[in-house]
Design a protein around this ligand. Structure first.
Ligand SMILES: NC(=O)c1ccc[n+]([C@@H]2O[C@H](COP(=O)([O-])OP(=O)(O)OC[C@H]3O[C@@H](n4cnc5c(N)ncnc54)[C@H](OP(=O)(O)O)[C@@H]3O)[C@@H](O)[C@H]2O)c1
Length: 254
């Protein structure tokens, strides 16, 4: 059977761990060459080594537009164009209303909002007509999540970007969609757990809490989100644009 992404080039921001890494692996298994990014050089190198010859790492911070320029300069220098962009990199800093600092706000706006805008905008000259843009949103875009209102508010904006950019890019037949993971078992979840449940057994407490609220009673896996990203990246989703795919164990659906 033909591979779903044979001969295609994908760019995944934040591909050294978690959902981005699992998606890079899935895309490569389906025949793609994948450029991944991350701020930490050592983690990036480890990821590229594990992913093999069809992965290229470009160190950089998506909140710095010059780093995003360097990313696409590296893609262009390899002689490739881009078929798929997965704007995945994000950070999360927990604080309830009343305790949100300017620094937390600026950090998250820089990475999660500005970073997504420039990851996508700066891809456009290299992106093939008919390409696919995937944004990583979150269930928090559409439901209350105490302590992470800034993150959730930005993710609601990400969901909105998918709608408008899908409309703006329709003449180039570029599809734009988002995925909305629920709590997913990645290094990022441990950080969130320690912020929401300070003290010992943070991860256990957070996992128990998620089990109690998620209809399917567990975390998602990064591979389950990667499968949704693969659908959106490939021709399997050729009539899907402006949409969001929840990968959330039913928490926002039931
Ligand atoms: N895990 C969940 O439960 C969950 C749920 C809903 C949505 N999501 C979304 O899924 C995406 C990935 O989350 P994850 O849980 O897989 O996170 P993760 O395991 O913490 O991985 C995040 C990746 O992004 C990179 N990164 C972070 N900040 C960056 C920056 N400024 N520039 C470039 N790369 C950066 C990290 O590498 P460096 O640290 O080295 O930069 C890492 O490769 C995010 O958009 C997140 O909001 C996750």
């Amino acid at each position: 059977m033909a591979l779903l992404l044979e001969g295609r080039t994908a760019v995944i921001t934040g591909g050294s761990t978690g959902i981005g890494f699992a998606t890079a692996k899935r895309f490569i298994d389906e025949g793609a060459h994948v450029f991944i990014t991350g701020r930490r050089q050592a983690e990036l190198e480890t990821a590229v080594k594990e992913l093999g010859d069809n992965a290229t790492g470009v160190q950089g911070d998506v909140s710095d537009p010059e780093d995003v320029d360097r990313l696409y300069a590296a893609v262009a220098a390899s002689g490739r164009r881009v078929d798929v962009v997965f704007a995945n990199a994000a950070i999360l800093e927990a604080a309830p209303l009343g305790e949100i600092t300017e620094e937390q706000l600026d950090d998250q706006l820089g990475v999660d909002f500005k970073g997504v805008v420039f990851t996508v905008q700066k891809a456009l000259p290299l992106l093939n007509d008919g390409g696919s843009i995937i944004l990583n949103a979150s269930t928090t875009a559409a439901r209350a999540a105490d302590g992470i209102s800034v993150y959730g508010g930005i993710k609601a904006a990400i969901r909105s970007f998918a709608r408008t950019w899908a409309s703006e890019l329709r003449d180039r037949k570029i599809r734009v969609n988002s995925v909305s993971p629920g709590a997913t078992d990645t290094p990022g979840i441990a950080v969130l757990a320690s912020m929401l449940f300070p003290g010992p057994n943070a991860e256990e407490q957070f996992e128990n809490y998620q089990r109690s609220i998620v209809p399917m009673g567990r975390y998602g896996t990064p591979e389950e989100v990667a499968n949704a990203a693969l659908f959106l990246a490939s021709d399997l989703s050729s009539f899907t644009t402006g949409a969001d795919i929840p990968v959330d164990g039913g928490i926002n659906q039931i």
